[in-house]
Design a protein around this ligand. Structure first.
Ligand code: TAP
Length: 489
């Protein structure tokens, strides 16, 4: 069923008047989508398909950008940039507020489309992804106004090339587009080929709220399009979120070109539970840390480190909780675990677990949907710290677990990875938490919590998890440069 047929057949429910306009646009587009360049949509071609990972049905036909289209897009962004920057922070803020309000009005449509295209539970897209997207635009609208006062010696970078992954399609777009626009840059964004639809609906919103043409441009296609954007001489900054492997390629490709660069890459984040932790809360946190979005989360708490004395009790509690997780149609509001992004990712995860030659594998014994790319929540205990599954990012609903005896050993195990994105520490002893947290090699450390994000807080990694921060002041500065004006001392 195409997007058009699905939305026509769904009880979409009463929608605000102008939200139904966006809905009409989506249905009108039907099954064929082009790029969004210089404020208008191009004619769609059937170069690749948007698929619903929960049932394998084709949602829409999409267009692979060619070199001429990438050139034209970057030119449009360049033409728009000077005017957008000169407009001033207060005027830009009005546009960002309009986008934030539009995202709020159309929240249900964005949430349903995200879930159809990505396979994540509707509870997550409705209650987490889309509200965080709105918050990101509201926050950056405010910051656009403050820029002249708070960052008087900074100027926009110019045109930003932004390449994003499929795990949080609209949220990653928001993390990239909102700060760039707030600081006076224009953008050329490429969504992941698996998840393009909410980016195109966002493009329609840009048009609808009267964003000046050329300020936001969206070109679709696979990694080759990302490569063209990254290499293009008309790009002043590359902002990339994705795998460490592609991050490495991009760093090499941009070396010596003078482009600003930020890389948000993979992770293998430790989740440390001390014996004095509130075990029920730690189990609940862990469900969120590793089974949120089917474990396809860069900062997923995918490595459980549990203190030896409570390991057995903790695993027992965890297994009982795992047995309660509901797996099934992502559009069902009662579902905890939806579909993985596609058959390739499913095979990748299955291959890693089936190839595991050590430890003990515990899988949820639930009825799995007959079709679609579903994988059961899985726990593997008793692996050596050097085991491949303890070291490599699985990017699926698979938790690996090992034990430690002392706080020192917990820190040593936690840091025994090439990554450094996030970490969680669970203990009722705040002195212990405050002692351990700064010793962890991670961009963010949560104490008695996990997956806490806010537009006002910088997020990003160390080591092979990348560099640069998104969100907060650091994220804003990353979209600026010194303005170069000579000032009297
Ligand atoms: P990648 O395969 O790295 O793809 C990310 C994006 O880069 C996609 O749009 C992709 O296009 C494009 N791309 C591929 N090759 C490229 C090249 N040579 N030059 C320029 N662009 C290229 O990652 P993924 O599989 O989509 O996402 C999963 C990874 O992202 C995980 O490792 C995860 O940890 C990481 N991630 C990190 C964060 C943060 S904040 N650190 C957040 C989310 C995800 P295609 O769509 O064609 O592949």
């Amino acid at each position: 069923m195409s997007v058009k047929e699905i939305f026509e057949s769904m009880d979409y429910g009463p929608a605000p008047e102008d939200a139904s306009e966006a809905f009409a646009w989506l249905v009108d587009q039907g099954s064929s989508f082009g790029h969004f360049i210089d404020g208008a949509f191009t004619e769609g071609r059937d170069d690749f398909k948007a698929m619903n990972p929960a049932n394998g049905e084709i949602l829409a036909e999409l267009t692979q950008a060619n070199a001429e289209e990438v050139d034209a897009t970057i030119e449009a962004a360049r033409r728009a940039q000077t005017r957008w920057a000169r407009m001033g922070g207060a005027a830009r803020a009005r546009h960002l507020y309009a986008l934030a309000r539009g995202l709020q009005k159309h929240a249900r449509l964005f949430a349903v489309l995200e879930t159809l295209d990505n396979g994540k539970p509707i509870r997550e897209s409705r209650d987490i992804d889309i509200p965080l997207v709105q918050r990101h635009f509201y926050y950056h609208a405010g910051m656009a106004q403050l820029m002249a006062e708070e960052l008087p010696d900074r100027a926009p970078l110019g045109v930003c090339g932004q390449v994003i992954p499929w795990n949080f399609p609209l949220l990653m777009l928001a993390w990239k587009v909102a700060p760039a626009l707030a600081m006076g840059n224009t953008v050329v964004l490429k969504p992941a080929e698996q998840t393009t639809l909410t980016a195109l609906l966002f493009a329609d919103l840009c048009r609808r709220v009267g964003l000046p043409k050329g300020v936001v441009n969206i070109v679709t296609g696979d990694g080759a399009v990302g490569e063209m954007i990254v290499a293009h001489e008309g790009i002043d900054k590359v902002a990339f979120t994705g795998s460490t492997e592609v991050g490495r390629i991009i760093r090499r490709a941009t070396a010596g070109q003078g482009k600003a660069l930020s890389l948000e890459l993979g992770g293998k984040s430790p989740y440390i539970v001390f014996e004095d932790a509130d075990l029920d809360s730690a189990v609940e946190g862990l469900v969120d840390a590793i089974w949120f979005n089917q474990g396809q989360v860069c900062c997923a708490g995918s490595r459980l480190l549990v203190q030896e004395g409570i390991a057995e009790a903790f695993h027992t509690k965890l297994k009982a909780r795992m047995a309660q997780l509901r797996i099934g149609s992502p559009l069902d509001k009662c579902i905890d675990v939806g579909a993985m992004i596609d058959a390739a990712q499913l095979e990748h995860v299955r291959g890693m677990v089936d190839g595991c030659d050590a430890g003990e594998v515990f899988r949820v014994n639930a009825q799995m949907p007959a079709e679609g790319s579903f994988y059961p929540p899985t726990l593997i205990t008793g692996l050596a710290p050097s085991h491949e599954l303890m070291q490599e990012e699985i990017f699926g609903p698979v938790l690996v677990s090992t034990t430690f005896r002392t706080p020192g050993e917990a820190v040593q195990l936690a840091n025994n990875t090439r990554y450094g994105l996030a970490a969680s520490v669970w203990t009722e002893n705040i002195s212990r938490a405050l002692d351990v947290a700064p010793k962890l090699a991670a961009g963010v450390v949560w104490i008695n919590g996990t997956n806490m994000f806010d537009a006002a807080a910088g997020f990003g990694g160390v080591r092979e998890s990348g560099f640069g921060r998104e969100g907060g002041w650091e994220g804003l500065r990353a979209y600026t440069k010194p303005d170069g004006r000579v000032r009297k001392l």
